[in-house]
Design a protein around this ligand. Structure first.
Ligand SMILES: C[S@@+](CC[C@H](N)C(=O)[O-])C[C@H]1O[C@@H](n2cnc3c(N)ncnc32)[C@H](O)[C@@H]1O
Length: 225
């Protein structure tokens, strides 16, 4: 059994609520960061249970920060976490948090779960992460629930994530430049690849979770040998 699941099952404080299938996803993407000097930011602190789980998993060298809109979260500062109170759909607030904690290695969005909150947080925070980093969004099934579909452009978070998965493909991108609406660079005439394509290794879709793996990408190269 994974360490995270074991931590969860051994807990009886009632402060941690998780879908069981999430643990395998965490292990797959987060294990390489264990026992390192990382910065982890979690959006959505609630009763503080997940912050404690991350501390147990990543160790004392990790800087663990939480964002919540509810003042209640402030009390977890006493447990050695950096706590920031504000709205995850407010880019200025999110930028002020990063200015204080530095570029995160891991971001977990387990906040309000509306599509607008998930999209605005991702758009603001993803460019501010370390070059090699993991951005994990939880409870993405809310994209199917009308009460969480709050974008004026009608986009759900899963629409947004799917469109970003399309952008991983450099070859398609060049063939379908019209579709991606990225005109050639005015000055050089070069095709302008979306920023996302240049800094993303992969997007993984799971039941209830989407994971973005940030990594500096080189232009794809193939040859016959
Ligand atoms: C699902 S709970 C988080 C659970 C916690 N991560 C855990 O696993 O124990 C969601 C939290 O997001 C917070 N939240 C809701 N809307 C928010 C917003 N717009 N900005 C920041 N936090 C928000 C709520 O106050 C609540 O504490």
């Amino acid at each position: 059994m994974s360490d995270l699941k074991e931590f969860f099952l051994s807990r009886d404080q009632g402060d941690l609520y998780k879908w069981y299938n999430y643990f395998d996803v965490y292990e797959r993407h987060l294990a390489p960061f264990r026992d390192k000097e990382i910065v982890l930011l979690e959006i959505g602190v609630s009763m503080g249970g997940s912050l404690k789980m991350w501390r147990a998993y990543f160790g004392e060298n990790a800087r663990i920060a939480g964002i919540d809109i509810n003042d209640y979260a402030k009390r977890f500062a006493a447990n050695g976490f950096d706590i920031f109170i504000g709205d995850q759909a407010d880019p200025a607030f999110l930028k002020s948090v990063i200015a204080k904690i530095g570029a995160p290695d891991i971001i977990i969005d387990d906040g309000g779960h509306t599509s607008n909150q998930q999209i605005v947080s991702f758009q603001t925070l993803y460019p501010l992460m370390k070059e090699e980093a993991i951005y994990l969004v939880e409870d993405t099934h809310t994209s199917f629930l009308p009460g969480f579909q709050d974008r004026t452009d009608g986009q759900t978070f899963l629409d947004f994530a799917g469109n970003h998965a399309d952008k991983l493909s450099w070859i398609d991108l060049i063939k379908n430049i019209e579709r991606f609406k990225t005109p050639p660079d005015q000055r050089t005439g070069d095709l302008v690849l979306p920023y996302f394509t240049r800094c993303t290794f992969g997007v993984s879709f799971y039941n209830g979770i989407v994971v973005f793996e940030r990594r500096k990408m080189e232009e794809p190269w193939a040859e016959r040998r």
